[in-house]
Design a protein around this ligand. Structure first.
Ligand code: GYE
Length: 305
């Protein structure tokens, strides 16, 4: 049942635990690596993981969470597609006594008793790292036209990566974001938006894409327009999945801020703590680095995802 463990029943054997996980979708290389890692970690731990793919729709995630409540799973984990609109369903989980863990993305609920722990990256920090590279790269330029490819509208990483970046480049008015549009974290979205924007802004200097996949789509659009990505138009992205790192090593992307999708082991740890009646840390921030083109060449052979 949905007992948090430790309130009389004591811990369950791991092979009797059931966790329900609601994933955002399969929109990017990051996401598929995240799914593989989480499923693998639960398999290794011998804990049953029920999995559902919301295809980037909040209503599907809410349905999945309600179904996990109905099934009285021991823990619900989910990666919220957008930040807002979760209070009702999270209150239902709370009323049913089922602990909820947020993985990867945050919710904007004012009541933080609606979840036990939030495991994932600091997206504002990622946006700042992208901005710091841009400031350094263009130290001697007097005018820099930037296009921003935003992630899914309303998603924590889209909001926070825009904010962190703007904070840093905003200190110097030579940086101008001439257009900022969502590509929904997909390759097709990044390509489409870039194609259209290149027509209205042919003289842009830099594209800041909120993930590798949109940057990879932008590369296709830039090449189709007869320009050289990485040279005529520089590209900065976030994630550092294999395809992104390859493009960085090939000189088509200029800089990548890492965002690690490998959250499986830490999620298993949180679930076992809950089962043991312990209180997991409320916020667990993923550790990550950045990559230049040279560093990508070095890191690529050992990159797992
Ligand atoms: O950067 C992007 C994915 O939430 C951190 O979602 C995640 C983001 C990741 O689609 O590639």
């Amino acid at each position: 049942g949905g007992d948090a463990g430790g309130t009389g029943e004591g811990p369950k054997p791991l092979d009797e635990l059931v966790v329900g996980f609601s994933q955002v979708g399969a929109e990017s290389g990051w996401r598929t690596a995240n799914t593989t890692d989480i499923q693998g970690a639960f398999e290794d731990a011998g804990i049953e993981l029920k999995f559902s793919d919301a295809q980037q729709k909040q209503e599907n995630q809410i349905k999945a969470i309600r179904s996990y409540i109905q099934q009285q799973v021991d823990v619900i984990a989910f990666s919220p597609v957008v930040e807002s609109g979760w209070d009702a369903v999270l209150n239902e989980a709370k009323a049913a006594g089922i602990p909820v863990v947020l993985t990867d993305r945050a919710v904007d609920s004012a009541d933080d008793s609606l979840y036990v722990s939030f495991l994932g990256s600091d997206f504002v920090e990622e946006g700042k790292k992208a901005g710091e590279w841009v400031v350094e790269e263009y130290a001697d330029a007097d005018d820099v036209k930037i296009v921003q490819l935003e992630g899914t509208t309303g998603a924590a990483p889209a909001i926070d990566r825009a904010e962190g970046f703007a904070d840093v480049i905003g200190a110097d008015d030579k940086f101008e974001i001439v257009a900022s549009q969502t590509g929904d974290f997909t390759r097709a979205g990044g390509k489409q938006v870039t194609e259209a924007l290149l027509k209205s802004n042919p003289d842009i200097d830099l594209i800041y894409a909120h993930n590798d996949d949109m940057g990879l789509g932008a590369i296709e659009a830039i090449e189709a327009a007869g320009l050289t990505p990485g040279e005529d138009i520089k590209i900065v992205t976030v994630d550092a999945v294999k395809d992104g790192m390859q493009a960085l090593a090939d000189g088509k992307i200029n800089f990548i801020v890492e965002c690690s999708p490998l959250l499986g082991e830490q999620l298993v740890e949180i679930v076992t703590q809950i089962n043991d009646g312990e209180t997991p840390e409320k916020r667990i921030v993923t550790e990550e680095t950045t990559f230049t083109q040279e560093q990508a060449v070095e890191a690529l052979p050992d990159r797992q995802y």
